[in-house]
Design a protein around this ligand. Structure first.
Ligand code: ADP
Ligand code: VHF
Length: 384
């Protein structure tokens, strides 16, 4: 097992040295000036730093917010509307300026910007996941830099709740990559142990694990242009570190921030990757040749797995095919018999037969022993 780094300097060196891929996420607050307009100088500065990292041979991906911010500035709107279609239109109007600014900045350095607009759903299905991963690899092979944003005009279900959570998208994009680091650039020095405006609050240098105390540090107020806040950055960090990727939240308005990070300077907050991460297990499930059997699901369960990234609960299982032991890999079939996922089943087939269609809180009684809440946990599940 890997040794946990003992000092902050060592932890930062490990994070940088181990990173073959670099996902940089930049927020609206960094990319727009006080006048609400796109800050093109900032995009020039960031693009220069991205090229220097790419020159080291690393795959560099930029997840850039700013479409709504740029659209608001372009249209001369002072306040962010709340209507979904208005926001979608503003994002579409702003996105063209955003990508144009990256292309201008990157082409001055001999590289190109490759616009990639994604929704979370694109990455949940194995086919979409592989397509996106292949496209990103090819963009890198051409020497271009992917500039990724949420496809705001189609990502309707995500938009309703969190309009464009690019912090999460950055973590999901890193999930496509091996040996990645995620760098989240915001208008703040890093994670503080209280509200940053509070004089007693201090920047945290290294976070070993994202527990309730750490999550409790996020103290967000709604803003006009950006939406995620620190809570969304911590959730994204939780996801990325669970896949084995280190995360750094750092001050995007420092012109030298990326160079400092790669020089190992103690800037921002570093979140260490989880030691027992789920990446290897998932990859193994997806690649496993031997299937123990299959579970038949109702439409609600199939939908929850595909569209909500949920775990499989017994209540959504309608049938079992085959005889298998607990811990076997099983295929999950939708009501038409089509395979939609594979995963590691917490129960042997005879137990699944006893609990199918039942709510989770009845499982212990039905089996007469302590039980798992779900039949297949989402961390042990790969969509087909
Ligand atoms: N504990 C905390 N430490 C640092 N920043 C925090 C904390 N709690 C809330 N914040 C807020 O999070 C903001 C950054 O998130 P956000 O507004 O979404 O920026 P971005 O546009 O870069 O995504 C900071 O400006 C800060 O006000
Ligand atoms: N897709 C949206 C992203 C919104 C978003 O996540 O904003 P932020 O919290 O500033 O990173 C846009 O380009 O405006």
């Amino acid at each position: 097992m890997n040794q946990r780094p003992t000092t902050s300097v060592q932890a930062r060196r490990d994070a940088i040295d181990g990173a073959q891929c670099v996902v940089v996420k930049v927020g609206t607050r960094v990319l727009t000036g006080p006048d609400g307009k796109l800050d093109r100088r900032r995009i020039d500065v960031l693009s220069g730093a991205l090229c220097r990292i790419a020159d080291t041979g690393r795959q560099v991906l930029m997840v850039s917010s700013g479409a709504v911010g740029a659209g608001l500035g372009k249209l001369g709107l002072e306040h962010r509307p709340t209507g979904l279609s208005q926001l979608q239109a503003i994002a579409a109007i702003g996105q063209t300026d955003l990508i144009q600014a990256y292309e201008t900045a990157l082409s001055a350095q001999g590289r190109h910007a490759a616009q990639v607009l994604l929704t979370a759903a694109d990455l949940r299905r194995r086919k979409g996941y592989l397509n996106v991963r292949n496209a990103l690899r090819q963009i890198h092979a051409f020497g271009a830099i992917a500039v990724i944003n949420e496809n705001d005009s189609v990502a309707v279900s995500e938009l309703k709740t969190t309009f464009g959570d690019n912090d999460r998208l950055a973590a999901q994009v890193a999930g496509l990559l091996v040996d990645a680091i995620v760098i989240i650039l915001s208008d703040i020095e890093g994670l503080f142990d209280g509200h940053p405006n509070d004089k007693a609050s201090r920047r945290i240098d290294v976070v070993d694990s994202i527990d309730e105390t750490v999550l409790g540090f996020a103290d967000d107020k709604k803003s006009n242009s950006s939406k995620g806040g620190m809570a969304s950055k911590l959730k994204a960090a939780e996801l990325a570190t669970s896949h084995g990727h280190p995360v750094i939240i750092a001050p995007g308005r420092d012109d030298d921030v990326l160079d400092k990070i790669f020089a190992g300077e103690p800037i921002g907050t570093l979140f260490l990757p989880l030691e027992n991460n789920i990446r290897g297990r998932r990859r193994w499930i997806g690649a496993a040749a031997h299937l123990g059997g299959s579970l038949q699901l109702d439409a609600g369960a199939a939908n929850a797995l595909i569209n909500r990234g949920s775990s499989l609960l017994a209540v959504g299982v309608t049938g079992v095919v085959g005889s298998f032991g607990a811990g076997s890999i099983v295929a999950m079939l939708d009501p038409d018999g089509k395979e939609i996922a594979r995963g590691l089943c917490n129960y042997r087939s005879s137990d699944v037969l006893k609990i199918l269609g039942q709510p989770s809180d009845r499982i212990s009684d039905l089996l007469g022993k302590s039980s798992y809440e779900n039949v297949v946990h989402r961390d042990n599940l790969v969509l087909s």
